[in-house]
Design a binder for this molecule. Structure first.
Ligand SMILES: [Zn+2]
Ligand SMILES: [Zn+2]
Length: 238
């Protein structure tokens, strides 16, 4: 295991599956990250777990890096980028895992960028009957762990830890002239880590915002991100 101190709290690890760049302290890892699966032991597989071809000196075993199951070359030939398991290079995947991973990579290519870039919202705290009239930039922290709320570099609300989000809901404001439901924000319920108290925060897309499309994209990306976070928690048995 090598550690590169210049990687901003990350370390390079080499497992049998390949090189991965992971958080130096696992408590600070991305909430979207999945656990590396254990490999089905060679001794337990005499045939491909998909096409049932028998393994021998010619037909070799390959493990899918995502599910850890054992396949022949033909059934495990896809080399796909797998950022959710922090691999630096594309890795060998079985057919099913390749399909899932390619779909997920859209999140990394598009929605994660939207989250890191941020979008304008007005905040409302229904519990405190508090409306913060100043618009703020809501964005995901660089380590993916927090939603931050800033205005001109100043925090307008304490960060919300993504892993403590217990429920989200799209806020709507009636229908447009074509009868389509108009989304105008996102309701987030999250748990305070210390007190365990459930807090409620609303991100409202201001009617006067000049970039409504970006705010809507952000709302969709938060939904997807929260789904990824729940899946990742499940993969860690939480
Ligand atoms: Zn096969
Ligand atoms: Zn697989």
């Amino acid at each position: 295991m090598a550690t590169n101190p210049n990687q901003g709290g990350k370390k390079l690890v080499r497992s049998k599956s390949g090189l991965r760049m992971v958080a130096a302290n696992s408590a600070f890892r991305s909430p979207f990250e999945l656990e590396e699966p254990p490999w089905v032991p060679d001794s337990e597989c005499s045939q491909c777990m998909s096409c049932k071809a028998k393994f021998d000196f010619v037909k070799r075993k390959h493990h899918c890096r995502r599910c850890g199951k054992c396949y022949c070359d033909k059934c495990c030939q896809h080399k796909v980028a797998l950022p959710r398991l922090c691999f630096l290079d594309p890795v060998r995947l079985c057919y099913d895992c390749a399909v899932i991973t390619q779909k997920e990579n859209e999140f990394y290519d598009k929605q994660l960028k939207v989250l890191l870039h941020g979008a304008a919202f007005q905040l409302s705290c229904p519990d405190d009957m508090e409306n913060l009239s100043e618009p703020c930039l809501c964005k995901l922290s660089a380590d993916h762990r927090f939603l931050l709320f800033e205005n001109a570099g100043h925090a307008k609300h304490s960060p919300v830890e993504l892993e403590q989000v217990v429920a989200i809901q799209i806020l709507t404001a009636g229908e447009d002239s074509q009868g389509n439901i108009v989304a105008n924000g996102l309701s987030i319920k999250h748990k305070e880590r210390e007190s365990g108290e459930i807090r409620h925060l609303q991100l409202i897309i201001s009617a006067t915002t000049d970039n409504r499309r970006q705010s809507l994209a952000f709302v969709g990306a938060v939904q997807k991100g929260v789904k990824f976070m729940y899946e990742a928690k499940e993969s860690r048995g939480l």
